[in-house]
Ligand binder design. Structure first.
Ligand SMILES: [Zn+2]
Length: 384
């Protein structure tokens, strides 16, 4: 207890804040934001965290806590994702121990031995394809990285101590295409679970999740002349996509099949459970400017971009205006790193001409075909 008090006093004098305290992440999907920025979909996210991660709070701003991740790094956590933990015993320093790299029938894994659940962040890199994970508040004592031949996707795993208290984990992948990863703790070992590229790159071998946007009390946008609801038409289109993908032999999972309330967290948890190979979200766009029209596709992480480019390429064959391929997009369902995903904003409900198309059942079938063709194009590209 005495020691704990000393640490508290010490850290308080080291920072400019007088009242820092410790606790743990909690709830289903805790996430870190880079700053206090906000937009329609929330501020820019550094990434999701596992629950029960030790964090140090140094300031409070409205409904978020400012966290100190390391000497130089800060982030913001929603207060609803924080719980105080009086049982925390701070260690004078934290070290990484040995690593293990292996695979099973479904995934490859990298396990980094630690003595506490410390915060981390990750990014995808392309050319070469890598997953890069920073672990905060830790120094290396890793002198042993056991790598087993059971891995299918991991080419190499190594680290750099990029700052005195930030360890950077590099995981180099064998394939150009990222198929997704998850980061979590098993006891105090940080595990990075990597999805290997499927051996057969055919649509009939894939499990494809389709998310029809909105539903229930969340009706989304409405049509400029007819006032039709986005939630109804995303579902109609999603059902056509489902039908067409089924015809092509794919295993399809629908987050909803009728008009029902589903939060983003519920959708995300459902998808986490399902472990699809890819996710396609269907929405209809809306703008304050009635002249704005066209189709757009969205991704969050660079490694998942190709799927969204291929789907947009096919969608443009329907004669829709090119509203663009949008990256770093902060949509909840673009956030998961576990599988490549693509949000399709099919057309604008706020534009008269686009609205006419959206109302036409023939158009729904055409959209379904184009999305399927986009996935096929993507698979062909992945094979190269
Ligand atoms: Zn929408």
């Amino acid at each position: 207890m005495k020691q704990l008090l000393l640490v508290f006093c010490l850290t308080a004098t080291l920072t400019t804040y007088s009242q820092s305290f410790y606790g743990r992440t909690t709830g289903p999907l805790p996430f870190l934001n880079y700053g206090l920025g906000q937009d329609r979909l929330g501020g820019a996210k550094m990434g999701y965290l596992d629950s029960n991660i030790l964090v140090k709070v140094v300031d409070s701003v409205k409904d978020t806590y400012k966290l100190q991740l390391s000497q130089q790094h800060f982030a913001y956590l929603p207060k609803s994702s924080f719980k105080t933990d009086t049982a925390i015993k701070l260690q004078p320093f934290y070290l990484t121990n040995s690593w293990r790299v292996w695979g099973d029938s479904a995934y490859d894994y990298v396990a980094v031995a630690l003595t506490e659940k410390l915060p981390y962040r990750a990014v995808q890199q392309i050319d070469p394809s890598r997953i890069v994970v920073d672990i905060f508040g830790v120094a290396s004592n890793t002198n042993w990285i056991t790598q087993l031949k059971t891995v299918r996707e991991i080419k190499n795993a190594w680290y750099e101590q990029i700052e005195d208290d930030v360890l950077r984990v590099f995981i180099e992948l064998k394939h150009k295409q990222h198929w997704g990863y998850a980061i979590y703790y098993r006891n105090n070992n940080l595990q990075i679970r990597i999805k290997p590229q499927p051996e057969v790159l055919k649509i009939k071998k894939l499990k494809i999740a389709i998310d029809a946007g909105h539903g229930g009390s969340n009706s989304g946008a409405d049509g400029v002349t007819t006032k039709v609801l986005e939630k109804e038409y995303t579902l109609k289109i999603a059902k056509e996509v489902e039908k067409y993908l089924h015809k092509k032999g794919a295993d399809v999972f629908m987050t909803r099949t009728h008009d029902t309330d589903l939060t983003m967290v519920e959708r995300t948890m459902m998808l986490r459970e399902q472990q699809p190979d890819i996710l396609i979200s269907i929405h209809l766009n809306s703008s304050g400017n009635p002249a704005t029209e066209g189709v757009s596709t969205y991704y969050r992480y660079i490694g998942f971009r190709p799927l969204s480019q291929k789907i947009l390429g096919r969608m443009l064959q329907l004669g829709l205006n090119d509203y663009g391929n949008v990256g770093a997009f902060n949509f909840s369902l673009s956030g998961p790193t576990e599988y490549p995903n693509c949000l399709v904003e099919v057309a604008f409900l706020s534009n008269e001409e686009d609205e006419k198309r959206i109302l036409d059942p023939k158009f729904h079938k055409e959209v379904a075909r184009k999305i399927e063709k986009g996935v096929e194009d993507w698979l062909k590209e992945v094979k190269k």
